[in-house]
Design a protein around this ligand. Structure first.
Ligand SMILES: [Zn+2]
Length: 258
């Protein structure tokens, strides 16, 4: 089974049916990360249509300012979600520095909840890498996926030593720096993602909609970079994901499917 550990399924619009068909046909287990409350509610509906879709609740750093003073309101959604994400910090693409305190407040609220509820987290770390690692250590969060890491190599190594998982995504097809990251992540911490449907469009500056089968391009690229085969790369990532969710009371269903 293929693993796509970071996808914005609610952003497919008219192409959603096609995306779900591909997910089923190619057997792609899909972690459907939310950006905010409406996004999570939509993902929960979408997930009713495929047992391969796991909807997870988070507030993206871009949305944090809208939610920083409404944390009580989001608590029930955190409770209802099997895992947490997308959450994180973005001090690079988000230029409005006045939102940074709100980003920190919202992130720490989610991290504390993840600790208390023993849920894995799916993190956006752009230019907040070190601060996020410090938070993971502070709350002793051991099950963390760092999504699309592109930060400094020294922090990458610290995160590896701490035991974070890393999703390599479609940028591995285009960027030498991401290729170098994809070679450094050890076997047992390697995961895959697409960040569909917007990642390809963003990278290629065109109007290409990323479809679920793009995950195969990522696996192929990883196999080549890591001098492995496509089959063993798929098995490795699958085994890593299963380990990440093992003994997770909220994810019984996934273990039953596997
Ligand atoms: Zn994302």
């Amino acid at each position: 089974m293929l693993i796509d550990a970071h996808v914005h399924l609610d952003k497919y619009g008219d192409l959603l049916d096609q995306a779900l068909e591909q997910i089923e046909k190619e057997q792609i287990f899909t972690v459907a990360t939310a950006m905010d409350v409406p996004s999570y509610l939509e993902l929960k509906e979408i997930a009713k249509r495929s047992s391969l879709v796991l909807p997870t609740f988070g507030i993206h750093p871009r949305r944090a300012a809208e939610y920083a003073d409404r944390l009580q309101e989001i608590a029930p959604h955190i409770e209802s979600s099997a895992a947490i994400g997308e959450i994180g910090l973005d001090f690079h693409w988000v230029k409005d520095t006045s939102s940074y305190p709100a980003q920190r407040k919202v992130l720490e609220y989610f991290i504390a909840a993840a600790r208390e509820q023993n849920k894995f987290v799916n993190l956006h770390t752009k230019a907040g890498e070190k601060e996020i690692l410090d938070l993971l250590e502070k709350y002793d969060i051991r099950r963390a996926i760092i999504h699309w890491y592109s930060g400094p190599m020294d922090i990458l190594k610290e995160m590896i030593d701490y035991g974070c998982y890393f999703t390599i995504g479609v940028e591995v097809l285009y960027s030498d720096y991401i290729k170098s990251i994809a070679k450094v992540v050890p076997d047992h911490l390697l995961l895959t993602e697409t960040d569909n449907p917007g990642a390809l469009r963003w990278l290629k500056k065109n109007d290409e909609v990323g479809m679920p089968t793009a995950i195969k391009d990522v696996v192929n690229a990883l196999a080549e970079l890591r001098r492995s085969t496509v089959e063993s790369m798929e098995l490795l990532v699958y085994a890593n994901f299963v380990r990440l969710v093992a003994n997770d009371p909220k994810l019984q269903q996934l273990r039953a499917n596997s």
